[in-house]
Design a protein around this ligand. Structure first.
Ligand code: ADP
Length: 324
């Protein structure tokens, strides 16, 4: 269904950093002191309806007037000069995005032109991205006659047309039946994992982020509950261990550091990333050398659900908010 050669992997990296972001449409803030930093990867922006996800994405696009705090996207201050960064972001809004009386290929090309592409390039690119999202056969049909699944694919094609580095996808599975949902998420997964796009996937569905994302940001009532990462790449260079023990913690950490292994303290536990070819025995050696008594040493195999509950640390937010 998809045409892999059409979608080139973005080359330029770039991070997103938000500090103390507060914003109100009226009197009450919708985003409250939100702070996080994202490197390019697949991030799930998770929260119940009304928690501020769309508003946060609009802030990252520089669409909000009167937001306080710092919003740095790919090196641009989005409250002052958002244009250069916007060219590198593909935006898939939850609502709207379908113009009446235009063909699919015409609409995607039009969006390409709006983002500054020459007409012929925009048209050629429109055919390519529609092919990628599986709409090649329907491209000349009027987009306002498309099914919901086709509309979502069309909006994804629009987000891709100008070759961005990052994709901001707002509830991309909204209104889709189960098979439409699965196939749309497959596309998003391919874009994030195989093609190397940075992706922020906003959703109220924990299940949506499970297959696609390495990190989650959890928002509730405008407050960022936390931000965390799931280790997905089991073939990566490092293996992460969770360690608990008693004794001279500074000496233990120093011993590991001397072996080139950084240890991060997470409340009572250590999180220690060891090069895969070294393995856990280096942790045992450091403990033995410093008389640090280990009570627990286990590989970290956290699922996204584990991470979600650890971040939320409050079972009043359940995966039901994730629609499971
Ligand atoms: P989410 O995307 O998580 O559903 P939103 O960012 O859309 O949340 O909305 C957060 C809150 O801001 C909600 O209470 C919503 O009613 C309110 N809100 C969103 N857009 C506007 C707007 N344009 N004017 C006033 N209030 C708004």
């Amino acid at each position: 269904m998809t045409n892999d050669t059409a979608i080139a992997s973005p080359t330029a990296a770039g991070s997103i950093e938000v500090r103390d972001l507060t914003f109100a449409y009226g009197r009450d803030p919708v985003l409250k002191d939100v702070t996080f930093k994202l490197d390019k990867c697949a991030i799930g922006l998770l929260g119940p309806n009304g928690s501020g996800k769309t508003t946060l994405l609009r802030a990252l696009l520089g669409h909000l007037k009167g937001a306080s705090g710092n919003i740095d996207v790919l090196g641009c201050d989005m409250t002052v000069k958002p244009h250069a960064a916007r060219k590198r972001i593909g935006w898939m809004p939850e609502r709207g995005g379908i113009l009446p009386d235009m063909s699919g290929v015409g609409m995607v090309a039009y969006l390409g032109e709006l983002s500054g592409m020459p007409t012929t390039d925009a048209l050629q690119r429109s055919h390519e991205v529609l092919n990628y999202v599986g709409l090649a056969d329907e491209r000349y049909r009027k987009a306002d006659t498309y099914s919901q699944g086709m509309r979502q694919r069309l909006k994804l094609a629009q987000a891709l047309v100008h070759d961005p580095d990052w994709l901001f996808l707002d509830e991309p599975t909204s209104g889709l039946d189960p098979s439409g949902r699965v196939s749309l998420l497959e596309l998003v997964r391919d874009l994030a994992r195989a093609k190397g796009f940075g992706v922020i996937l906003s959703t109220h569905l924990l299940a949506d982020v499970r297959e696609v994302c390495e990190e989650i940001l959890v928002l509730r009532k405008g407050v960022l509950l936390d931000h965390g990462r799931v280790e997905i790449d089991t073939n990566g260079e490092h293996e992460v261990f969770i360690v608990e023990g008693f004794g001279d913690e500074t000496a233990f950490a120093d011993q590991l550091a001397a072996a080139g292994i950084p240890a991060e303290r997470q409340e009572r536990l250590w999180e220690i990333a060891v090069p895969r070819d070294v393995g856990a025995h280096r942790i045992l050696e450091a403990a033995a050398a410093t008389d640090y008594a280990l009570r627990r040493l286990e590989a970290k195999t956290e699922t996204l659900e584990d991470l979600f509950f650890r971040l939320v640390d409050d079972r009043s937010v359940t995966p039901d908010e994730g629609g499971e």
